[in-house]
Design a protein around this ligand. Sequence first.
Ligand code: PLP
Length: 426
Amino acid sequence: MKPYRELSKEELLQLKTELEARYREAQAKNLHLDMSRGKPSADQLDLSMGMMDVLNSEANLKDSEGVDCRNYGVLDGVREAKELLGEMSEVSPDKIIIYGNSSLNVMYDTVARAMLHGVMGHTPWCKLDKVKFLCPVPGYDRHFAITESFGIEMINVPMTPTGPDMDMVEELVSKDPAIKGIWCVPKYSNPQGITYSDETVRRFARLKPAAEDFRIFWDNAYCVHHLYDDDQDFLIEILGECEKAGNPDLVYKFCSTSKITFPGSGVACIATSPNNLQDIKKQLTIQTIGHDKVNQLRHVRFFKDINGIHEHMRKHAEILRPKFEAVLDTLDRELGGLEIGSWIRPKGGYFISFDAMEGCAKAIVAKCKEAGVVMTGAGATYPYHRDPKDSNIRIAPSFPTKDELAAAADLFVLCVKLVSVDKLLE
Ligand code: PLP
């Protein structure tokens, strides 16, 4: 297909008339569709209903070390939960603290603790004139909301196909002691589905930050969320790389079972160095007597081991894969060769990221909404909701049915075409 920018003004005007007619037809269908929600569909949640049966009034609620999980105690999680989430995080159980139901909550607490109490004896961030974070973009809006809520200045770092622009990360981090952290989603990133290359992970591990209390916030939310059994991304393990590089305390690694079992009712954890663990536990012991051990046991008894998790994730993939492919195939078929947008075919995770021509994202999202299709707000993938190019749109294919997605994707590409033609006619 001919790129739109090679069309003459007359051709563009002719195309605009045709597209507008199709848009009016779409509006008449009275669609009510939503591609904004990055959450599992009900049939995915059904996969975990067996978890409700593994504990009942007859169940033995003692853990493998004889702890009665019905009672108070065990600050950092029951042994078998540390083993299971340790396997998932690819670290030994003694490098883990098991938390409550959400990793976002752990990340919030980790930033809040650094603000209030400082990191390993350093000045609390709230007492500093300026605290800054690096934010690979596009990225996860809720990460940015945490740092924004604490008044931390956020600096955009562009993503590349192999992870954040590491030349820029190294340069900024080594020169500016006010930079205290970076948000990373290293595997099947939100929203692009990019997995950091080995070289990127090693460069992170070898960073020489000007601030001794600089930490990498490594949110491995999609560590086991593959779409294909025979075509998976591989991420090397960062804590081991940091130890090898003589930088053992550089990373806080987070993950949870949110999009494995029940989001909001899962189990979250942090994995980090012994020094960091000790630092965290000093405060955690004031904050809680311990998290929900019954839920930890429920998860372990349901999955048994990491193979149980992988098997379960294959069932999620069976449901998710056709949905991702329905959207991606529509993008390929309808927009391929037109040079009015670009996208990446992710091999896992929860999102598809679409980059429209500059200055078009807000208008595309608005046009979709006018015809009954809700997309994530344009700008949401950038700190302060400011996408400097007004170009990125996050597509979440997990929640609607496949038929709904096909209809929503058809409308989306129509809106992309319409807005792009208008832009070219300006
Ligand atoms: N991290 C990333 C990158 C996410 O995309 C999400 C959910 O969309 C979360 C964390 C939330 O995880 P949790 O439910 O464990 O708080």
